[in-house]
Design a protein around this ligand. Sequence first.
Ligand code: ADP
Length: 198
Amino acid sequence: MPKIIGLTGGIGSGKSTVAKFIEEMGFPVYYSDVRAKEIVNDDELLKKGIIELLGAKAYDENGLYDRKYVAEIVFNDEELLQKLNGMIHPAVKYDFEKWVGNQTTEFVFKETALLFELKLNESCFKSVLVTADDNLRLKRVMDRDGKTYREVENVMNKQMPEKDKIKIADFVIFNNDGMDELQAETENVIRQIEKLNE
Ligand code: ADP
C-alpha cells in the first residue's frame, strides 16, 4: 500500500497549485473537494440519504445535486449542516480508500482543505501545509474567483487559523513569492519526504 501524505491549506494558500506540481513529479493526487462534488451525484446510497435528510428538492429535474438550494437550507441550520457533512464525509473517505487501493506509487497525496479540522492527518504518514500571508491569499482568491474582499474574508474566518495549522503540520510551504519559488519549495519538500522512506 502507498503511504498517504495529506496536503492542505486554507482558501487561496496555493494548495491546488502545489498539487499540480506534485502530479508533474509523478505522484497521484486525490482532490477531496472535487470528488465530494462528484460523489453527491454518483453515489446512489448517499443520494438517497441526502434526499431523506433534505427532501427531493436537493436534486434538480435532471437528478443533479442542487448546490444552491442545499446551501440555502443548511445556511442557518448548523445541526442540518452537521448531518449532511456526516453523510458526505464518510462517503468521501470510502471513495478515497478505494482509490488508494488502485495506486501503485510509493506515495499518494490527499488534497483537502479540512485535513486538520477533520483530523484526517491522523491517518496520514505525513502532512504538508501550504500557507501564505492573509492579504496575499485574499488578493489571489479575489483575482481567481472574482469575489469581493468581504466574501473571501468570510470564508477565511470560518477556517482554522494558519498559526494553529503551522504547529500541527509536518512540513510547511510558505507561498509568499512567485510560482517558480513555489515549485522549487514543493520539490524540496517531496525530496525530504522521499528520504524518510529510504
Ligand atoms: P487553493 O487551492 O489553496 O485555494 P490555489 O492553488 O487555487 O489555492 O491558488 C489561488 C490562486 O493564486 C490561483 O489563481 C493561483 O494560480 C494563484 N497563485 C498561487 N500561488 C501563487 C504564487 N506563488 N504566485 C502567484 N500566484 C499564485
